[in-house]
Design a protein around this ligand. Structure first.
Ligand code: 4AD
Length: 464
């Protein structure tokens, strides 16, 4: 397989460099059309959106037996000369000189060439990467991950791998998956309660909801850091925007205030949009088949400044809208998805950075504002998705943070290490978290977040 050539490399090559060359293409058959004196074999190898067509002549040795074995889904290697394609669908095709069949594909293969619903494709998530949509999502997602590292590395941020297993509830919202090695049929008990001293970590442990607290420890030493890893939320939300396991990018900056955080969020989101727009063929596909006009809309978002307004201003706008919202609009209550979408989609028609939320509805680590009512929080809302980024300036004052931890019923001893960061050389700092799957949804136009990740984990489902 050493001299295998990927389809992308062939299709992108200049005529002078590729025409007449002998190549070997390895991939999976999309279709075979046997015309008796020759056969058209369309192959995909996932290197790009396009397939390549190979033309096998009946003069090939044991032609009939070979072609009879080929079918949609089979894995093959085809060798032959690259020639100009007479059709206008693509530039080049391959004149086959030999075919090697690796894996046949019986005709119960579920991905025969026809349209399948996304619901059905989720039930065969191990095979759906072979579809146009999932192939394109996977490639764009990969490029966005690459662009993320490039963006932060170019700005001098250090990539931190924060832990997956933790004893802290970063958001203080109690949406944690507990992990244990205790025998759940008969756990050890002490005075009637489960004795976690006998558990693996000698105390209850969980999957992390966010790497932020750990990122703060590194930001208060290395100045600018970012994490990029899986996070877990045991919230029973069966919506098109929630996953139980999702990936988050969390930059954290020392010597930063809310404005520094907002500027970074806008620059980062625009960089990601630009990267997505450079995925030509995949984006063309989304534009034509998934969400008409998405390329133009993303370009508009990229080219215009984001709107910035306070939570209080947003509440005023929502109240004056006279829209029949399902959830009431009241200063002090959290914005629901319908409110966020109205602000971003209908009122502003572009991303909005909402700041200074009531302190009661935001996490304990956010910095209290001087008004005594709000905290230096921000959410970035985008059309169609709603919240894509959540962040804040952090409370860097030891006494105030201790009181905030106590006020929500968390044990300050459990957060002693986090409070130490305020005791030893504290500094104004802040950051945000971007939900990677919501980003993929936003740039591809995919309706359901379960189609923006390879193997979605949601309540009641943990297949594959
Ligand atoms: O607003 P969240 O909960 O913020 C944090 O976790 C902070 N610790 C981040 C920080 O300041 N470092 O989550 C951040 C983002 C949300 O804006 C959303 O895009 C995504 O994570 N998110 C989810 N994505 C998919 N499924 C879920 N259940 C999500 N919950 C949050």
């Amino acid at each position: 397989m050493q001299d295998r050539t990927k389809i992308k490399a062939i299709l992108e090559a200049e005529e002078s460099a590729i025409l007449g060359k002998n190549v070997t293409v390895c991939g999976w058959i999309r279709t075979v059309r046997d015309q008796k004196s020759f056969a058209f074999i369309e192959i995909s190898d996932g290197s790009c959106f396009s397939t390549i067509q190979a033309v096998a002549d009946a003069k090939l040795p044991s032609y009939e037996a070979k072609i009879a074995e080929l079918s949609t889904g089979a894995a093959i290697a085809i060798s032959g000369e690259v020639v100009k394609s007479p059709g206008n669908k693509q530039k080049y095709e391959i004149q086959v000189s030999s075919i090697e069949l690796f894996g046949t594909c019986p005709n119960d293969f579920p991905l025969q060439k026809k349209r399948h619903s996304f619901d059905f494709l989720r039930s065969i998530a191990h095979l759906r990467p072979r579809t146009n949509t999932q192939g394109a999502v996977a490639r764009v997602r990969s490029r966005l991950a690459y662009a993320t590292h490039r963006f932060f590395q170019e700005r001098g941020f250090v990539y931190l791998q924060s832990p997956i297993i933790t004893a802290s509830d970063c958001e203080g919202a109690g949406e944690l998956f507990q992990i244990t090695t205790l025998n759940l049929d008969n756990p050890p008990r002490d005075k009637g309660k489960i004795d976690y001293k006998q558990d693996f970590f000698s105390k209850p442990a969980f999957l992390t909801v966010s790497g932020q607290l750990n990122a703060e420890a590194y930001a208060t030493a290395l100045s600018d850091v970012y994490t990029f890893g899986p996070t877990f939320r045991a919230e029973n939300s069966n919506t098109s925007r929630h996953l139980a396991e999702f990936w988050m990018i969390e930059p954290e900056m020392a010597f930063a205030n809310l404005n520094t955080v907002a500027n970074l969020a806008e620059d980062y989101l625009k960089c990601l949009i630009q990267e997505a727009l450079s995925c030509d063929q995949d984006m063309q596909f989304f534009n034509e088949h998934i969400d008409k006009g998405i390329i133009e809309r993303l370009q508009h978002v990229h080219d215009s400044p984001f709107i910035r307004m306070t939570y209080t201003e947003a509440i005023d706008i929502l109240k004056k809208s006279n829209k029949p919202f399902e959830y009431p609009v009241e200063w002090g209550s959290d914005l629901q998805s319908e409110h966020e979408r109205y602000i971003a989609e209908e009122y502003c028609k572009k991303p909005v950075i909402l700041t200074n939320y009531p302190k009661e509805i935001k996490a304990f680590y956010m910095r209290n504002n001087e008004d005594g009512k709000t905290v230096a929080a921000l959410d970035v809302l985008v059309p169609k998705i709603g919240e894509i980024i959540g962040g804040s300036q952090r409370e860097e004052r030891y006494d105030i943070l201790t009181k905030k931890i106590e006020a929500i019923g968390l044990d300050p001893h459990a957060y002693a290490w986090y409070l130490d960061l305020r005791k030893y050389g504290t500094v104004p700092h802040g950051g945000f978290g971007l939900g990677f799957e919501r980003l993929v949804q936003f740039v591809t136009g995919i309706e359901n977040i379960r189609d923006a990740i390879a193997f979605p984990r949601v309540p009641g489902q943990c297949e594959f």
